[in-house]
Ligand binder design. Structure first.
Ligand SMILES: CC(C)(COP(=O)(O)OP(=O)(O)OC[C@H]1O[C@@H](n2cnc3c(N)ncnc32)[C@H](O)[C@@H]1OP(=O)(O)O)[C@@H](O)C(=O)NCCC(=O)NCCS
Length: 186
């Protein structure tokens, strides 16, 4: 079961042409708080920003464990950094249950509209399929969130008819033989 595996920091270092993703650490909290303390990022995903840098450090400390409290799921979180200057531009997240990974992406408002989410989601999907060898990738996307739908499609996921808590389920199933692993530019 995938919840039993624990990828190393080195394995969790992902790379694309403009971006690098590193496993999220408590030391990232101060930098990410400035970027993520933004109600606009919650327009389609609900909830509200973490209200203080202390709370963000506490949250990241929990996430550094990379496991759900029951230890049955892998909780993988990354900080996304621009290679050109090392600045954080957003985060990636995947919850792994059995052979399925549920993906989510956030790009800070000031860095949106430059194709970073599509590039990051492709990088993540490739890694989940080839390195963790997952069978199914899913993303839950609000029906009006057109940008996130484009990101899911760029990562190779297809829209389904399934709705979970008001969000459309996007899915890639590698048992479907017509599926292609996303490449950097596909
Ligand atoms: C969704 C999100 C990650 C997109 O980040 P981004 O880096 O701006 O996305 P990209 O630049 O890679 O663009 C993705 C696509 O969305 C389109 N797009 C970007 N902003 C858009 C908008 N406001 N309305 C419609 N389409 C938009 C882009 O044109 C691109 O489409 P294309 O494939 O046709 O070129 C970002 O808006 C975000 O972090 N939102 C808040 C968090 C969130 O909702 N995450 C989704 C959870 S699943």
């Amino acid at each position: 079961m995938k919840g039993d595996i624990n990828p190393s920091d080195k394995e969790l270092h992902l790379d694309s042409s403009r971006l690098a993703a590193y496993p999220l650490k408590v030391g990232d909290a101060d930098e990410l708080f400035v970027l993520l303390n933004d109600a606009a990022l919650h327009e389609f995903v609900g909830g509200s920003p973490i209200g203080s840098v202390e709370d963000m450090r506490t949250r990241f400390t929990t996430l550094e464990e990379r496991k759900s409290p029951a230890r049955s799921e892998l909780w993988l979180n990354w900080v996304l950094r621009r290679k050109q200057d090392g600045r954080a531009v957003g985060t990636l997240q995947t919850t792994v249950r059995e052979m399925e990974g549920q993906m989510a992406w956030v790009i800070a408002t000031r860095y949106q509209g430059q194709g970073y989410a599509k590039e990051a989601a492709r990088m993540l999907a490739r890694w989940l399929l080839t390195h963790l060898k997952l069978t199914v990738l899913v993303a839950h996307v609000h029906p009006d969130h057109h940008a996130s739908a484009r990101v899911a499609a760029a990562a190779g996921l297809s829209r389904t008819e399934q709705i979970v808590e008001g969000e459309v389920v996007w899915r890639l199933d590698r048992r479907n033989h017509s599926m292609k692993t996303p490449t950097e530019n596909s």
